[in-house]
Design a protein around this ligand. Structure first.
Ligand code: DQA
Length: 142
């Protein structure tokens, strides 16, 4: 069971960036938690972070995985390219947001990704990624 976790732009600053919105857990700590849980559930997980839209599209197209967990960050609200890449590969995808994007500025309420995602987790903090890993296991066992 192979899953790919993608963190989009600025998430490399997690734990230092707008901590009132995104919390104080660093990306390194979060990735450790994701990998620990994956191991427990017998899932092989690869994690990448990029600030570049093209790199995210390339990863979605070319990495070896059965299910994608993606926090596209700001590209959620702008990227037809990432949306189309997810649609093109046709694999299940779980969209994760640390903050509740529907409770914030108007421009964050539109996600280009949700229409091609299996489901979305928004507003549960970094716990959302761990819930997504558990959901991934269920989806892949179906
Ligand atoms: C985010 C929400 C986005 O609106 C924002 O641009 C981010 C992070 C979240 O995880 O809450 O960078 O995806």
């Amino acid at each position: 069971m192979k899953i790919l976790v993608i963190h989009g732009p600025n998430l490399n600053l997690l734990g230092r960036r707008e901590t009132g919105v995104y919390g104080s857990v660093s990306l390194e700590d979060l990735n450790r938690q994701i990998l620990e849980l994956s191991k427990e559930l017998d899932i092989h997980t690869e994690i990448i972070q990029s600030n570049s839209e093209g790199e995210l599209v390339d990863a979605i197209q070319s990495r070896d995985y059965a299910l994608l967990i993606i926090n596209p960050a700001a590209y959620t609200h702008t990227s037809v390219a990432i949306r189309d890449a997810i649609a093109a590969v046709g694999k299940p995808a779980i969209e994760v947001h640390i903050s509740n994007i529907y409770k914030r500025e108007e421009f964050r309420k539109k996600s280009f990704i949700s229409e091609v995602a299996t489901g979305q987790i928004s507003g549960l903090g970094v716990e959302g990624y761990l819930l997504a890993v558990r959901a991934a296991q269920k989806i892949l066992l179906q």
